[in-house]
Design a binder for this molecule. Sequence first.
Ligand code: NDP
Length: 280
Amino acid sequence: MPKIIDGKAISAQIKDEVKERVAQLKAQGVTVCLAVIQVGADPASSVYVGNKKKACAYVGIESLSYELAEETTQEELLSLIGELNKKDEVNGILVQLPLPKQIDEDAVIRAIDPKKDVDGFHPQSVGALCIGQPGFVSCTPAGIIELLKRSGVEIAGKECVVIGRSNIVGKPMALLLLRENGTVTVAHSKTKDLKEVTRRADILIVAVGKPKMITKEYVKEGAVVIDVGIHRNENNKLCGDVDYEDAAPICSAITPVPGGVGPMTIAMLMYNCVNSVSLQ
Ligand code: NDP
């Protein structure tokens, strides 16, 4: 049977470490504060924002909440970000995505001061990651590296295949695995013979966005499989991009959905917030 990588337990461990660091900073008179902006009332976004605020309360990070109307203009949002950039007491700025269609997400991401870019989406953060400089790293891929390390999975020298090349998961994931000395292949929708590519992987990271697409035919015996996907199936139950029942028996370790990668994203956001203090 495979080892089940417990994202809930590992994320709880990270949040407790952050809580301790926040308390130490508080003892030195330094508070950590995250500004969270939501535009509109998309129910999924509201759940994510709620969970982020709850995590802040748990670790002792102050959170400022900005709930803007669906019809907010780009200028209004940029002006709020400009004000928050200037406030010394605000360490991190998070704009919940997706944004309503009248707002250009790239312009919003670029407007956030890179020193407060706790989501790690700013081009300067991405560039820093690319050339191995300090900076914020996108939370989901950073969380996956923690999952691997804290589960005792060696990355150096391993064949790592990432399915997906999005800016928030696939690309930063590939860069992080490279930084950890993995031999990295990135697969995407134009990849020829995907199964042949993925079956080379010692570590297979799946961020394809297609429910249960990855069956055991895509997996090498003994591989470590990390499932980034989150979907609701026909019975409204959560499932991932990996067909867990089918693939798990041949893996050496695998993340479940829920309880794998999901909880790590928020834990790493808290980690980025506390780190922002030393970057500022
Ligand atoms: P995107 O839809 O942005 O990217 C999907 C990627 O998969 C693209 O690069 C696409 O290729 C590739 N792809 C699509 N179909 C195929 C195929 N048939 N064969 C090979 N590659 C394919 O998704 P995200 O990266 O944003 O997210 C991926 C998954 O992770 C989603 O299920 C999302 O819900 C989940 N997610 C979970 C998070 C968490 O906290 N656990 C956080 C973020 C995302 P191409 O570039 O060629 O189109």
